[in-house]
Design a binder for this molecule. Structure first.
Ligand code: M6R
Length: 615
């Protein structure tokens, strides 16, 4: 979603802000802008669309710039008001002396706007953000102090915000504030940064201070002052970012998505590292901070997540119930928050999120915390807001994921669920020891099997070529791979804009079968050796009888499948319970190649954002 970067120091400000915004680009946006303090003036540059347009605008107007030393930049993902130049950030007050960039949503902006209009403020845009600009200017007129003006203003805001403010009369100072939206300060030598996310600053510094809700940061070239909402100084810990700037490079791949798909074998090795030593030793999961005796007696778990993370959660439910015999409910965070749940202090609530910033999941987690549940967070961002709400935290260590479509973070989440479910089973003694050893042995083999899939993608590419012109798809499976069908269909939808639905294979005959004809490909996920293979095969036959085109994703070597299916995508042999870690890979690749053939913007699909920070 939106992104913010601010800089004050001796480097080329335009370059620092532009680089920062480029590194936030993956979050999704529709317009961009910068405000630069230059020779005592505030100069604003805004454009619609991609950052290249902002670059051209800066180039065309470069004669206007003399020596900027301080600036704030923003990429906007429209919430209030269409994507347009007038709605793009930064926004200004009446006189243009004060500028603001903002992430989040101000819920009471209409009331504030009415009051400010009565005071003579002239609004130019439809955004909630412009309200903040007028409000802070109004407070500044009274307090004559930018920090106090920001503090007095944010006290009046309801909703979520991360804001950066500059004022013409307050040289080389950026004031930032946050509530329910991330914001951090990057510490440098004779320079400082402020941003909504770490990629914006990682090229310049790894030293970071994360602001908490209701904190205000006053940032100059040589100082950072952080206070709470009452103006008391807050002593903050300086943390060191774990990532290298190289994580933001495509390393020769055409898209980040393809690079990230190829990183999966190493990501899995990373997840297992230090937790699964050998098949004879128990899983080490020190991250789970619940007493073993409590874990033994645990009889209810709730998992909440959105999108791809929700699909990992569905696999997680299957594993925990199968391995540890604990009842698990899985729900989309956006629904959980509207339900009178039976969550209580004896419920373990697991929140799953790649970004750790998804607003719906954060709200759901807060709700669970109010009910005194132990909250376990599985996330790729141990530095995120969600991670800060955790009683127990499992960082999935997939490395930064740039492409909007989640791939490696999904496999890392799946692996975390395998470890958690086995850990619970070992504590409860609920699984046969030999069976556990076999599972561990197979888990260790998974990266090599994914490497095998990645080393020959010709059938997947052929399938993509053959089917890229189809307008609708159904993905079917049963059991633990139902989530793989959901996830495969989501991947196709989000990056190729083709309508794809994941469906329980057994449900096909209860409605969707009516849609089947030669224009509807059905992709079946069939893993032999388990309990679902024959049934999914029969459901595929039923689809064939209605003239549907058939694609199989299977580990079976049965040659007769080549007669039934139009295309058979084969993966290495794997037991059904572990197969979601393998089946997701060809489905990611299929979506990728179809989107590629259709010329779509693979890494930044339209209307989507990497972190969805609004409910
Ligand atoms: O960061 P999160 O895992 O909480 O995000 C949840 C969804 O927004 C996310 O998984 C989304 O569905 C992805 N774009 C899927 O590829």
């Amino acid at each position: 979603m939106c992104g913010i970067v601010g800089y004050v120091g001796n480097r080329d400000v335009v370059e620092v802000l532009f680089k920062g915004l480029t590194n936030l680009e993956y979050r999704g946006y529709d317009s961009a802008g910068m405000a630069l303090r230059d020779e005592g003036e505030i100069k604003i540059f805004k454009t619609l669309g991609k950052l290249i347009n902002l670059k051209n605008e800066l180039e065309n107007r470069k004669s206007e710039l003399i020596h900027p030393v301080c600036g704030i930049g923003h990429i906007r993902w429209a919430t209030h008001g269409s994507p347009s130049l007038v709605n793009a950030h930064p926004h200004t007050c009446n006189c243009g002396r004060l500028v603001v960039v903002h992430n989040g949503i101000i819920e009471n902006y209409k009331e504030l706007r009415e009051e400010l209009i009565k005071k003579g403020c002239k609004f130019k845009s439809q955004t909630d953000t412009e309200t903040i600009a007028h409000l802070v200017a109004d407070e500044y007129a009274k307090a004559k102090n930018l920090e106090i003006a920001v503090r007095n203003s944010v006290k009046k805001l309801q909703g979520a915000y991360a804001i950066c403010v500059m004022h013409k009369d307050v040289p080389d100072v950026i004031v930032g504030a946050r509530k329910h939206a991330p914001m951090l300060v990057g510490i440098g030598e004779n320079e400082n940064f402020i941003a909504s996310d770490t990629p914006a600053i990682i090229e310049y510094t790894k030293k970071t201070i994360y602001l908490d809700d209701n904190e205000i940061a006053v940032v100059t070239k040589d100082s950072v002052k952080i206070t709470d909402i009452d103006g008391n100084l807050v002593n903050k810990k300086v943390e060191v970012l774990p990532w290298e700037p190289v994580a933001l490079s495509k390393l020769g791949y055409k898209h980040f998505m393809l690079k990230e798909i190829h990183e999966q074998p190493d990501v899995i090795r990373n997840v297992l590292n230090g937790k699964l030593f050998d098949i004879d030793s128990p899983i080490i999961l020190n991250e789970v901070k619940i007493d073993k005796d409590i874990l033994k007696k645990l009889n209810k778990i709730e998992i909440i997540a959105c999108g791809t993370s929700l699909h990992a959660a569905i696999v997680g439910k299957y594993l925990i119930e199968d391995f540890a015999g604990i009842s698990v409910e899985v729900e989309a965070s956006s629904e959980y928050i509207y339900r009178k749940t039976t969550t209580d202090a004896s419920t373990l609530v697991i929140g799953v999120s790649q970004s750790g910033e998804t607003a719906d999941t954060i709200t759901a987690i807060k709700q669970a915390r109010e009910k005194k549940s132990h909250v376990l967070i599985i996330t790729n961002r141990p530095d995120s807001n969600m991670a800060r709400l955790a009683d127990s935290l499992i960082p999935v260590n997939a490395g930064i994921e740039v492409s909007v479509a989640a791939t490696k973070s999904y496999t890392a989440q799946l692996m975390s669920f395998y470890l958690l479910a086995l850990h619970l089973a070992e504590i409860k003694g609920s699984l046969d020891k030999e069976y556990i050893k076999n599972l561990k042995h197979e888990l260790i083999q998974l990266p090599t099997k994914i490497e095998e899939i990645l080393s020959n993608t010709s059938v997947i590419q052929e399938c993509a070529r053959k089917f890229s012109s189809y307008k609708n798809f159904i993905y079917i499976s049963r059991g633990v791979n139902l989530a793989s069908a959901y996830e495969g269909a989501l991947k196709l939808k989000e990056i190729s804009y083709i309508n794809a639905t994941g469906y329980p294979a057994g449900e096909l005959k209860h409605g969707p079968i009516a849609m089947l004809d030669e224009t509807m490909p059905v992709l079946s996920i069939l893993i032999p050796g388990g309990i679902t293979y024959e049934k999914v095969l029969s459901n595929s036959e039923e689809a064939k009888a209605r003239n549907a085109k058939l694609i199989a994703l299977t580990s079976s070597n049965d040659k007769s499948l080549d007669n039934l299916f139009d295309i058979v995508i084969r993966i290495p042999s794997v037991s059904e319970i572990l197969s979601p870690v393998l089946t997701c890979v060809p489905l990611q690749l299929l979506a990728y190649y179809i989107a590629e053939f259709l010329g779509k913007d693979v890494d930044q699909p339209r209307n989507l954002a990497k972190s969805v920070t609004v409910e």
